[in-house]
Design a binder for this molecule. Structure first.
Ligand SMILES: [Zn+2]
Length: 335
């Protein structure tokens, strides 16, 4: 008899919730409910009988839950799904649908709906580098599916990192190139060249650990570093040529610049040249050329504070070449 009564009560889930009207959790506990049951009942009461802008949905849900003889545990189960939805209306729609669903199908229907509601992640071309404490790093590149599949196939699963780098940089000197020349590439002042750059067809963006952004194409062309060439992207050529590539500062030029200034050329700065950035004394947009006479190595900080634009408000002064030497001109100096 006890069981029969219990089952009869069980199928009256939403009516039991209705009976909580005017009661508080402590009231329910005083009636013998556990603290958890009391809290859950009150929260269900708020949903099914509390104030809501969605009274129509609420009514539908109550009727449907009653019709399907949903138990309290089914009602809780339904909430475990609706609470994953941010929009209140969407949550109500799901609640109504699940209340209208026979108990044994609630989970399947809920999972399907949640799956459908999930906004598919919009993948765009990108590349990411994560450095790990043990000296390894993970490079993640998203690009054209076919190209990526081709690239993936070239990776030797026994030695994935090694084979990948060997292929990217060319086998000769691969490791050395990675450790030396790349540093120089990665510290180029990319603000001069655009933050997000895209090559026709396959654009890839690489954010280095130092926070510098270089393109995956640059990464690919690290092989060119062995020829003393660094490829950067220029956006100073105008919007039409926004994504055009330009060879920049040959090995010879870099050697000459480093010889002139083994450290950042800003007075007093000691950041070594190999960690520096190439700075155009006369900005490219004002006709400055990429040749040794117009280049100087600056650390990223001083490259940033240098007054490039003659029309911009004076800040920290700027570097200029006078009589073949690099000098610092204080703010307000006329060119
Ligand atoms: Zn500096």
């Amino acid at each position: 008899m006890g069981l029969q009564e219990y089952f009869a009560q069980l199928s009256r889930g939403v009516d039991l919730v209705a009976e909580c009207s005017g009661l508080s959790a402590p009231d329910l506990q005083a009636m013998g409910a556990s603290a958890q049951d009391a809290a859950e009942l009150i929260s269900l009461h708020t949903i099914y009988f509390g104030t809501t802008p969605y009274t129509g949905k609420q009514r539908l849900a109550v009727c449907a839950a009653r019709r399907n003889r949903h138990t309290l545990s089914t009602l809780h189960h339904i909430e475990s799904f609706t609470r994953r939805i941010t929009g209140k209306l969407d949550a109500w729609n799901l609640r109504v649908e699940l209340c209208s669903t026979p108990g044994e199908h609630v989970t399947a229907v809920a999972r399907r709906r949640l799956r459908e509601m999930r906004v598919p992640r919009q993948h765009t071309e990108r590349a990411q580098l994560r450095q790990h404490p043990n000296g390894l790093a993970t490079l993640t590149v998203t690009g054209n599916g076919l190209d990526m599949a081709d690239a993936f196939r070239t990776i030797d699963q026994q030695h994935p990192g090694e084979s990948f780098i060997a292929r990217m940089l060319g086998k000769a000197d691969a490791a050395r190139a990675a450790r030396t020349r790349v540093t120089t590439m990665a510290v180029l002042q990319l603000e001069d060249y655009g933050k997000l750059v895209r090559r026709e067809g396959d654009d890839v963006l690489v954010r280095t650990t130092s926070g510098t952004v270089i393109t995956g194409a640059q990464l690919v062309e690290r092989a060119c570093a062995s020829e003393g060439l660094i490829t950067v992207i220029s956006r100073t050529l105008g919007p039409v040529d926004l994504y055009r590539f330009e060879r920049f500062a040959s090995l010879k030029q870099r050697t000459m610049l480093a010889a002139e200034h083994p450290a950042c050329a800003w007075p007093g700065c000691t950041i070594p040249a190999e960690r520096g950035q190439f700075h155009h004394l006369t900005p490219r947009k004002h006709g400055g050329e990429t040749n040794v006479a117009n280049l100087v190595t600056l650390c990223s900080y001083h490259n940033g504070v240098n007054e490039d634009d003659p029309n911009a408000p004076p800040r920290r002064g700027r570097l200029a070449r006078k009589g073949g030497k690099i000098i610092w001109q204080p703010p307000h100096t006329r060119r």
